[in-house]
Ligand binder design. Structure first.
Ligand SMILES: *Cc1c(COP(=O)(O)O)cnc(C)c1O
Length: 467
């Protein structure tokens, strides 16, 4: 019998009892496709002279192929990078209260644009309008897809074909192609650069403002800091100058936490309240940075300007859905109870977690990782680390943290570290660490205590066999 003939048929494989759970879970068409593909590659191998795989081997590779093909592409991971708000890892981890509200809104019809009192049409912004006004001191608020959209919509509404004055020291680029000059151009506004990179004075603005000006704008330099011989114009002065010319003064805050972080022992970050109090007519900020909520862009400020922005047809293109609204409302409500915010708001809990608490977690995980890596030429130890806040918030500040460092004990150590790093990413729930200064580092700040044992259990010697 030739080798091809030894290969079982599609039907025979499908009717094998070990396929039953796969068929039950993933359905006939998904499994059949993987059966065909595995048979095709077996035939290919036979053609090239390899022996035909036995049925058991085939069934096993089909199982693996089905599992892989059906695994979600959006995987949950352990963020052990030491960056709390990691843009590539989805930024803020949402609090339970938000998740519950989002689940309810997803599973049910909800009064997104429906006024339950009157039975008439409602406005989706009304869901969070009063909360945002209370928390920021603004008169009105509106919500769009993200802060980039908020800035874009603001400029497009208020400054199309007109000039916007921004200090040269604030022409920022946020990762992922958000650049102030580019957004300005796409929104149809003309950027007027004021002052110099390191020093901009009120008189620079006063000289630049003219009849073609639409706005004075301040952009929070959220992801970098300029030190040394510097000067920026205080918001109150910019607001007064703008108002003396009958122009609005707007602030793109970026992160925009709603509380004074220094209360929690964290570095200070400007808040929307402060900008509003200083005279800003509009402030924009993100929902998923320090605020700790779902991805959204928040615009707060003068009633009349918010109303104008909401009338822009692009608002419809940039609006958020019910799930975002549900999560945002729940997160904003947490801010109404500052006493428990630190426990309930996940982002704040991670940011304020004490070094000793994190060190305890590291000590718990030390043994499991040492055991899993025992066959490899490395040492594992508990080390002091510095976490960063991330997402362009407080770029220079670091938080004392703790974690595990894996260091090679042999000469060509970089290779083994890279292989361990890959093996960690291939775990059922990928572990994302970082390689720095010749060590593979796992910062445990963002590891939820309830996940510690799950992680410990997945750290097995088998997981690192290929290293
Ligand atoms: C992050 C940031 C943005 C962009 O916000 P997204 O929510 O990512 O769209 C814009 N401006 C500043 C100052 C920022 O820090």
């Amino acid at each position: 019998m030739n080798s091809f003939a030894k290969l079982p048929s599609v039907d025979r494989l499908l009717s094998h009892p070990v396929m039953d759970p796969l068929l039950e879970q993933f359905g006939r068409s998904v499994v059949t496709r993987q059966v065909r593909e595995q048979l095709a590659s077996a035939r290919m191998a036979v053609k090239e002279g390899a022996p035909a795989p036995d049925e058991e081997t085939l069934l096993c590779s089909i199982d693996t192929a089905v599992q892989q093909a059906t695994r979600a592409r959006l995987r949950t991971v352990f963020n052990l990078t030491g960056t709390v708000l990691h843009t590539n890892l989805g930024r803020a981890v949402l609090p339970r209260e938000a998740v519950d509200a989002m689940t309810a809104a997803a599973l049910n019809p909800c009064a997104l644009e429906y006024d339950v009192e009157s039975g008439g049409r409602g406005d989706r912004d009304d869901i969070v309008n009063a909360l945002l006004c209370e928390l920021t001191g603004a008169e009105a608020a509106t919500v769009v897809n993200n802060n980039a959209a908020a800035v874009f919509l603001l400029l497009n509404t208020l400054a199309q074909k007109k000039r916007v004055l921004v200090s040269r020291g604030e022409l920022i680029e946020i990762g992922g192609a958000f650049r102030v000059p580019d957004i300005m151009q796409r929104a149809g506004a003309r950027l007027v650069e004021v002052g110099t990179t390191n020093r901009t004075h009120l008189k620079d603005f006063a000289e630049a403002v003219d009849a073609r000006s639409a706005l004075l704008m301040k952009v929070h330099t959220s992801n970098y800091a300029i030190h040394g011989f510097t000067h920026a114009v205080p918001e109150v002065d910019l607001a007064a100058l703008a108002h003396s010319h009958g122009l609005p003064f707007v602030v793109d805050l970026g992160s925009g936490t709603l509380t004074d972080l220094s209360v929690y022992g964290l570095p200070r970050e400007p808040t929307p309240n402060e900008a509003i109090a200083a005279g800003a007519d509009l402030v924009t900020f993100s929902g998923d940075k320090l605020l700790g909520g779902p991805q959204a862009g928040l615009l707060v400020g003068k009633k009349e300007l918010i109303a104008k922005i909401k009338k822009n047809p692009l608002k419809r293109a940039l609006r958020v859905g019910k799930i975002t609204m549900a999560g945002l409302e729940a997160v904003l409500r947490l801010y109404q109870d500052p006493d428990r915010l630190k426990q309930r708001l996940t982002t704040l809990r991670h940011l304020t977690r004490s070094e000793s608490d994190i060190r305890n977690a590291a000590e718990q995980l030390l043994r499991p990782l040492q055991t899993a890596l025992a066959a490899l030429p490395v040492v594992v130890e508990v080390v002091a680390l510095k976490s960063q806040i991330g997402s362009g918030s407080l770029p220079v500040e670091r938080l004392a943290s703790s974690g595990l460092a894996v260091r090679p004990t042999c000469k060509r150590g970089a290779g083994v570290l890279n292989r361990i790093e890959i093996a960690l990413r291939r775990l059922p729930q990928p572990v994302i660490g970082r390689i720095a200064d010749g060590a593979l580092v796992l910062d445990l700040r963002c590891l939820e205590p309830c996940d510690e044992s799950t992680l410990a259990q997945t750290l097995t010697a088998e997981a690192f066999l290929a290293c």
